[in-house]
Design a protein around this ligand. Structure first.
Ligand code: FAD
Length: 463
């Protein structure tokens, strides 16, 4: 029996033969995420554990046979971090998808990592609660969200995934199982391992349980749409809305092309008069939430006044159903960009007050490269999402490097929420402080001395 045959036999014994696929039986969908241009490798096997003990067994087999492991949630990631590598294992978490507990008294849910955002939303609805983080794709898993530190539209109010994760159960590369944090918001008891693992893209540990904060589910919403002459004027309005005291749930911007693609793709007519449409180069969408329609109405009026004073060409209160449709369509911007042949996407973050300077600089870089760069983004967070259309690979690389370096120069970061994965790694390696990369390598070595957990994701293990 070859070593590969022995490994396959042991994996089948560990999780059941029906939960191990290999060769032609592997579903190609299990081998990639949604990163544009990604060419996934051919894994030795896709393994589907059902319990933490199963995960421990798989990790021990992987270590014994020297097989790298890539964890997979729903494969909606946009950085290539869940892509298969040749001859390695994929651990797919879709069988570990239970809500273990909804605990209203402590305001938490305890879930397995394979549960999707949509499933968690259904489960919390019954209790009148909500998990408030909403990264655009509701088929994404919570394990994936934790490992990418996913953000999304509600971050301006609720922060990102790490702000709602109170604790984890993880299987380490050694096969040990650790519990971090718990059903509490305060802990100053040694290093915060929960937060070290959040956003680590499957490179430090395999997450098998998650303790999440829940909040009461709001009953009222208002959606306000404001067209502006320029994106710079949108970015000047954003801090004023954020600081006006109403605590917006979402502040999304769309440039003219982004708005046209979003509304046309969804077949929507927002009723904006043609003369306004002709002038508007950018739009701001503000969403408010609460429990009282009258109070929301007052807050919406206040936001409308702030927007008018900040130079909006007009302000529209959208019917909530139409507002929801617009937000849904905006969430699907990635699919529209992909369908139109985008060559890469960007999710840079800059300080929100620098967003205007950033998008102006990007427009100049796009013109120099003779590329098309269209955008939308989570304006309240300074998180700029760009679709980059530059079919020449060399020019694309130069343009991407310039776009990302400009964000870093303005005090931002290469990725706000998608992660580095393998797709943004060359830029991360070039633009990040080498001292910090070395520190990350040292941390990786402590957690995973044999480098079996998603090696080569985020950073190269050596220069
Ligand atoms: C249309 C669309 C819109 C999107 N909008 C947003 C958005 O607004 N905001 C945002 O932040 N993201 C967005 N995303 C990206 C994506 O949905 C998120 O990155 C999400 O967190 C990925 O979850 P997943 O379950 O698909 O993870 P995967 O893609 O399967 O994996 C992501 C990473 O997590 C690791 N991982 C998964 N499960 C585990 C586990 N149990 N233990 C250890 N590591 C694990 C993987 O190895 C990989 O490194 C969008 C994607 C699409 C397609």
């Amino acid at each position: 029996m070859t070593s590969t045959q022995a490994a396959m036999l042991r994996l089948s014994e560990a999780v059941g033969a029906a939960n191990v696929s290999s060769g032609a039986d592997i579903n190609v969908d299990d081998t990639h995420d949604e990163a544009l241009g990604l060419v996934p490798g051919h894994p030795l096997a896709v393994v589907r554990p059902a319990t933490t003990d199963d995960v421990v067994a798989v990790v021990n087999i992987a270590t014994e046979f020297g097989l790298p492991i890539t964890a997979r949630g729903s494969g909606t990631g946009l950085s290539g971090a869940a892509a298969a590598r040749d001859g390695a294992l994929i651990i797919a978490f879709d069988r570990m998808n239970r809500v273990l507990e909804i605990d209203p008294d402590n305001g938490v849910a305890v879930v397995e990592p394979g549960i999707t955002l949509a499933e968690l939303d259904e489960a919390t609805k019954e209790a009148g609660l909500i998990y408030p983080i909403s990264p655009g794709e509701s088929s994404a898993s919570l394990g994936g969200n934790v490992n990418t530190n996913a953000g999304g539209m509600r971050a301006v109010k609720y922060g990102v995934t790490r702000h709602q994760v109170l604790g984890l159960e993880c299987v380490l590369a050694s096969g040990d199982v650790i519990q971090t944090g718990g059903k509490f918001v305060k802990a100053t008891s040694g290093y915060d391992l929960t937060q070290l693992i959040v956003g680590s893209e499957g490179t430090l540990a395999l997450v098998t349980k998650i303790v999440l904060k829940l909040v009461p589910r709001p009953r009222s919403h208002a959606v306000i749409l404001a067209p502006f002459l320029t994106l710079t004027s949108v970015s000047q309005a954003v801090p004023k809305v954020v600081m006006c005291g109403v605590g917006p749930l979402m502040l999304e911007y769309l440039d003219m092309m982004g708005m046209a693609a979003t509304t046309q793709g969804a077949g929507m007519d927002l009723g904006i008069p043609d003369d306004i449409k002709e002038q508007a180069l950018a739009y701001l969408v503000v969403v408010l939430e609460g429990n009282d329609d009258d109070r929301i109405g007052d807050d919406a009026a206040q936001v409308a006044e702030v927007l008018s004073n900040a130079g909006a060409l007009d302000v529209y209160m959208l019917p909530v159903a139409q507002g929801r449709e617009l937000i849904d369509a905006r969430e699907k911007a990635f699919w529209t960009a992909k369908a139109h042949g985008a060559n890469d996407i960007v999710d840079v973050v800059v300080p929100r007050a620098s967003m205007g300077d950033y998008v102006e600089a990007v427009a100049q870089l796009a013109a120099q490269s003779q590329a098309l760069v269209a955008g939308a983004g989570h304006a309240g967070d300074g998180n700029v999402h760009l679709s980059v259309f530059q079919p020449d690979p060399e020019k694309l690389h130069v343009l991407m490097m310039d776009i990302l370096a400009t964000g870093v120069r303005l005090g931002g970061a290469i990725s706000a929420e998608h992660g580095i994965g393998v797709e943004k790694k060359p830029y991360f390696m070039a633009l990040e402080d080498p001292v910090k990369i070395d520190l990350m390598r040292s941390i990786k070595k402590v957690f995973d001395p044999d480098s079996i957990l998603n090696p080569g994701v985020i950073f190269d293990l050596a220069d």
